[in-house]
Design a protein around this ligand. Sequence first.
Ligand code: F6R
Length: 357
Amino acid sequence: EKGTYPHYMLKEIDEQPAVIRKIVQTYQDEQGSLTIDKDILQAMNDADRIYIIAAGTSYHAGLVGKQFIEKMAKIPVEVHISSEFGYNMPLLSEKPLFIFISQSGETADSRAVLVEIKELGYKALTITNVPGSTLSREADYTLLLHAGPEIAVASTKAYTAQLAVLAILAEVTAKSRGFDSNYDLVQELGIVANAMDVLCGEKEEFEAIAREFLSTTRNCFFIGRGIDFYVGLEGALKLKEISYIQAEGFAGGELKHGTIALIENGTPVVALATQESVNLSIRGNVKEVVARGANPCIISMKGLETEEDRFVIPEVYGLLTPLISVIPLQLISYYAALHRECDVDKPRNLAKSVTVE
Ligand code: F6R
């Protein structure tokens, strides 16, 4: 039930802090330490390489998940679009583990890959929001998202839940491999949930940004480097699927290799600047597009902000920034769709779960 909310999407965006708290609670043992089923940990530790398979928003979560697993647990990870992997399987390592990420657990493209790799005798873990879903039943292991039903076609809370579960999986695996972190993930995810609350309280600001940058535009670009690039891909998908504005996400440094030709006077460019290591270079990329007439909307993080920034998100642990930097993008897309009188919860041509290949 959407209660007093005008749309499920807005309700689901607002539920994100509670979902993150629920996930942390659910994955804690009695002592308060994060914990993962020991068979799953064993499978992670037995693997020489992890293959993440997913589609759409879940694929975007996988791109961030790769960073978590490689940086925390130090296991190499490849991320593949399920519909591509199915028809063009890459050379596999000797001991692969497959992780399927799927909100619905019913995506046919992902299931086709699961069937194929099971036939080859490999192990699979499904990360899904739906207990008993096809991908959960047919995999060896399941981790649940605990996000509650997601009704709006555009995925929001499932994405941040996927990131939280992937971070927990990476962290617990890292501990089991003897890599000690200098932060407490339970505490850091608590900080993330609080930051989400702050952002969900700034709706007027995101409505104003949508009005200023997106009410009449034909197209919009999202740029970022590193994990900001992956969040930009998700921001672009959100915007195009519900507002029908043509939107594309690009790596900051890649724009000049062709795409910059599309920048005209007034073209909105949303730039994410939440990573200290690339803060200067992404700001350099913003200057390049501004020199061609772009209308820049810089979203940065506290501690890295400058005068030119349109919005500054609260500070959270560096690797976890995607969990909160996506919220402004979700809300900006929501308001852009609203201003353009689009059907926010049921965009044209789309279904909530895609059960055809
Ligand atoms: C985007 C969206 C889709 C899904 C994709 C995969 O908002 O909802 O891109 O993410 O169809 O769906 P699942 O995660 O159910 O496998």
